[in-house]
Design a binder for this molecule. Sequence first.
Ligand SMILES: [Zn+2]
Length: 460
Amino acid sequence: MSGSRSSAIDRAQRYFEDGGFLADLRRRVGYRTSSQEADCLPALQAYLRDEMRGSLEPLGYACSLHDNPVAGGGPFLVARRVEDASLPTVLTYGHGDVVRGQDEQWRAGLAPWSVVVEGNRIYGRGTADNKGQFTINLAALACVLAERGRLGFNSTVLVETGEETGSPGLGDFCRSQREALRADVLIASDGPRLDPALPTIYGGTRGVLNFTLRLDLREGAHHSGNWGGLLANPGIVLAHAIACIVDARGQIRVPEWRPASLTPEVRRALAACSVGGGEDGPAIDPDWGEASLTPAERVFGWNSFEVLAFRTGNPERPVNAIPPSAVAHCQLRFVVGTVPDDILPALRRHLDRFGFGSVLVEPAGMCMNATRLSPDDPWVRRARASIERTLGRPPQFLPNLGGSLPNDVFTDVLGVPTVWIPHSYASCSQHAPDEHLLAPIVREGLHLMTGLFWDLGEGR
Ligand SMILES: [Zn+2]
């Protein structure tokens, strides 16, 4: 093979210009792989068996399909291309499932299960989340293979089909396949760039824990004229309990919930990061959140507590009575360093200290651990240098997203550093009608991923 780095990138460019990308994407979007529908299993299986295996086997991957260890969960595909056991292994992840089509709600001329191109926008369900992003990465691997004849590293591809229902079974599957999935790094693409014009790398995600605060003082409501002043009001007591958790500008007062992980190196990385998703987002409240921090530090480098819903009495039909109970549905988003198993015990101790022993704290389902990669991680440095070499400008690096993904499966179960390189943007309407990709980001994504995979195999 006489290929070079630039000929591989040229090949990726031609794949985009000559319609190869759109042809692959059209086929993939055509599979109605909504994991949120009850009868989705045949489509999920067909997508892995026909589309994914059909694309990966010609590239020299040995593919295996696996049922989900959780009943009713979507299947997994593991594809491995082993060039030499002594070479490093790069794990690439994608999800083949999408959210509901919401067929009736797309604007005239668009439909979820077919790809429509209008100007710079490439519409269709799954274009952004995640079929289009994954298509870019597969194409980049193919371009390097075509030009070099080999990757220069071992490549493992994992495709799951339950991401949009919370990735059931992903953790158990990875635990049971730890050997087959053993790798030196995860390089994958999902989610948005911080700014559509700036290539972005993120190294992890904030964790999330949902819980309920509940105060039941007595049976039934009591007339506020006869009993007001005599009976404690649970809505007022619970409001004060919440006020001991955060102050009036949302600053956290639970000592164990205040992170110690906002190091100078993380602060330096965040100083270059934008927040708010661009002009389509709401205006940011400058006087909200931890006063001593910058907006980027507040959302990416710190914990945030939210009251998602708060109810006492009957808000739809208030009556002149002291309600018997109050409930608040709450959430903590947290960065690495906060101990997940101690979040609720720490809250319990804090509430007790402030005299709110009667407020019950109950976990409420949603729980994912926090992950983060240091800006000085060698894989981050390699990815940054490679992207800068390809595009002529450095990418933004975010140690972790503000949102949450099951990234702890990769970092904690498989033990790999995670380098995420998103190929979408915040206003892509993922999870909504009119989901789309932006053509300039696709083109740039094809270039920078091809350059990155080329560089990872260089000299080997
Ligand atoms: Zn999604």
